[in-house]
Design a protein around this ligand. Sequence first.
Ligand SMILES: C[S@@+](CC[C@H](N)C(=O)[O-])C[C@H]1O[C@@H](n2cnc3c(N)ncnc32)[C@H](O)[C@@H]1O
Length: 283
Amino acid sequence: MTHPGELLKKSGLYAGKELGQNFLSHPTTAQMIVEKTGVDKETTVLEIGPGLGAITLPLARSCKQVVAVEKDRRIIPLLEEELAGEGICNVTIINQDILKTDIREIAGTEKLVVIGNLPYNISSQILFKLVTIRQVVTRAFLMFQKELAQRLLSSAGTKDYSRLSAVVQYASKISRVADIGPNNFFPRPEVNSTVLRFDFFETKGMGEADEILLFSVIKAAFSKRRKTLHNAMSGGEMGLTKELVGIALKNAGIDASRRAETLNVQEFIDLSKAVGKLNALES
Ligand SMILES: C[S@@+](CC[C@H](N)C(=O)[O-])C[C@H]1O[C@@H](n2cnc3c(N)ncnc32)[C@H](O)[C@@H]1O
């Protein structure tokens, strides 16, 4: 691979902060990440934000096909040139915003492995999106700012446990793959990064409507972190009355004075089922 600084300079381009463009500049790091994914010649991969191809090149050599979704139109000719220079022809580049991309359509009848050194400003949104379309994704390997990775890994009852941790832990088994220091990127970021692995699963007994309700309940519970669940969940976007929240908590066997960050995923499921039952009775 050509060093990203050299490629950009040659074309009179610059790395865009708003697109989170910190390109991997060490081929060995990119190769290590690809090896950890375990992709083979049977695997179709969706790469989010291929940039100048640091991951795309070793990935394409290892898998059947890469579909690479890149928002920045300016750098696509550089990526195409890099791929052509290495004689790689199993990469399809789509110039699109991943948040607007129909990933189900990309998958078609196949299941995808998703890989991305994500633009940090939209990593949470991307992850939410992957959770909702996880029927077509077997596993994902995503690079995050180290602090966000830590939040995702943290368990109920710890200070880092958040709305995102609960939603993603509901839908996947998360594990740490590697910590990557700032010297591996151009331009060099201020922060440390971590690659996480997500093995997605379906949860038995939870249909689409149940999941929408569950995610709303988790959002409402974390909307006012410092308040008790009883107070945090009353009113707000869901429009739940204090009385209904009190009964739902009681029916779910959850003390109303607890706070959102103390509830594990199963307790959130129990609570959302209790809210669902009461909503059904009311309508
Ligand atoms: C951190 S860079 C990683 C680039 C490359 N994968 C690497 O490791 O060197 C993030 C990439 O995501 C692209 N990007 C930013 N926002 C995006 C979006 N909404 N949809 C798709 N790609 C996006 C950026 O242009 C950039 O190429």
